[in-house]
Design a protein around this ligand. Structure first.
Ligand SMILES: Nc1nc2c(ncn2[C@@H]2O[C@H](COP(=O)(O)OP(=O)(O)OP(=O)(O)O)[C@@H](O)[C@H]2O)c(=O)[nH]1
Length: 388
């Protein structure tokens, strides 16, 4: 996982924290790349020798101030320094690369697509992007940056997973506090998704368990992806809750499994129809993956099969995969749905529209100022001598 820019670095840092907290091993290796020294110093879990400061000769460690063309130029010039950090990674142990960046600023917005292109040229492993869209209240330059970066990034990666800050922002919260919660949300969803492909040795592995090839197959084919999530608290069986009492009275087996199946079905609907990382119409998604995580006694084949069928109907896709992620002691059952190759995304259309208008305006403003300059320079009454 490589975080580019401030948002990218912070999210990758959070994934490492998630690994520590849950004992999972989603992140085989992590690095952060930035043009701003202070941002790199603020990270907590990414090793210091895996924090790469680029563009020092150009911006002296102060960032690129939302200029994503400069961000891209610097990334190209200093790509060897980034590669230096990646060289220390045992790449044969990784399933894929994930480049994470906020697309509204300068460093990550400009640099992430450059890095993705570089990785794809060198490695055979898939290269995915996790792109974070800015809030619509952040202003025009952020929208323009995001629209241009999005277009480039999606072309350079094997799949671009998207999280839209705009859909998740809460009013009345400080930006920092808001990001803290948002980053938790990102890591919870993608943590369960990527964790599903990371079943540890010694863990019981049922046939229906998701493996990393299913995630890779769902993502392959490119395009844009979004992720849905829903969870419900459950009691561990051994704790003597209602379900264990039902089990004790002899004729519970069927009732119990019907209950489990129904819970799974409703979780699948909630996840697909609730707030997605990138809100969109799920109809028309090209591929989907359904992951059901939780204590094994709360997972059943029938529930997943029903959920999968329902997703096939809703998306119209023939490529809907599904499986378990046994997670002992989780205290919850959660459903994660990856929808890949989505096309009907209002926010992306809106971004592109605003960006085209801004671009036109820019051209107009430039033309206007060229005319003004012409007038100014060629004005006969102007008595000032040219400097050159
Ligand atoms: N979800 C999330 N989004 C963030 C966070 N920090 C910033 N963003 C978003 O990411 C966009 C880019 O911001 P940064 O990552 O700070 O920018 P940068 O890539 O470091 O580039 P410069 O600061 O311009 O050099 C912003 O417009 C925000 O929308 C964060 O912690 N979490």
């Amino acid at each position: 996982m490589i975080g580019f820019g401030q948002a990218g670095g912070k999210v990758v840092d959070k994934f490492l924290e998630y690994d520590k907290r849950t004992g999972s091993e989603i992140v085989r290796a992590a690095a952060a790349v930035n043009t701003a020294k202070a941002d790199l110093m603020g990270l907590e879990h990414i090793a210091e020798d895996q924090r790469v400061l680029i563009g020092q000769s150009r911006v002296k460690g102060h960032g690129v101030g939302a200029d994503n063309e400069l961000g891209a130029e610097i990334a190209e010039e200093d790509i060897d320094e980034v590669q230096g950090a990646i060289d220390s990674i045992p790449v044969h142990e990784v399933d894929a690369f994930l480049v994470v960046a906020g697309l509204g600023g300068g460093t990550g917005s400009g640099g992430a697509p450059v890095l993705a292109k570089h990785l794809k040229r060198i490695y055979t492993e898939p290269v995915y992007g996790l792109g974070i869209l800015p809030g619509s209240d952040e202003g025009g330059i952020y929208t323009l940056n995001a629209a241009r970066s999005f277009q480039t990034f999606v072309r350079e990666v094997d799949n671009l997973m998207v999280f839209d800050n705009d859909a998740w922002r809460k009013t009345g919260e400080s930006v920092q506090g808001g990001y803290e919660e948002i980053n938790e949300e990102i890591v919870r969803r993608f943590g369960i998704l990527f964790g599903a492909g990371e079943i540890q040795q010694g863990q019981e592995v049922a046939e229906s368990v998701v493996d990393s090839s299913e995630i890779i197959n769902t993502l392959s084919g490119g395009g844009v992806s979004t992720v849905g999530y829903a969870e419900e608290e459950v009691e561990e069986r051994s704790s003597g809750g209602l379900l264990s009492r039902l089990r004790d009275d002899g004729n519970d087996e069927e009732l119990d499994s019907a209950h489990t199946t129904n819970r799974i079905t409703s979780l699948v609907r909630k996840a697909a129809l609730g707030r997605l990382t990138l809100p969109c119409e799920i109809e028309g998604a090209e591929r989907a993956l359904l992951v059901l995580a939780g204590p094994p006694e709360y997972l059943n084949r029938k529930g997943i099969e029903r959920g999968r069928k329902w997703l096939e109907e809703q998306t119209g896709s023939m490529e809907v995969r599904g499986g378990d992620y046994p997670y002992r002691g989780a205290g919850f059952v959660a459903t994660v749905i990856l929808l890949a190759g989505v096309t009907n995304v209002p926010r992306i259309k809106e971004l592109q529209q605003v960006a085209i208008e801004a671009q036109d305006n820019l051209d107009e403003i430039r033309e206007e100022s060229d005319d003004n300059l012409d007038e100014l320079v060629n004005d006969d009454s102007d008595e000032l001598e040219s400097l050159f």
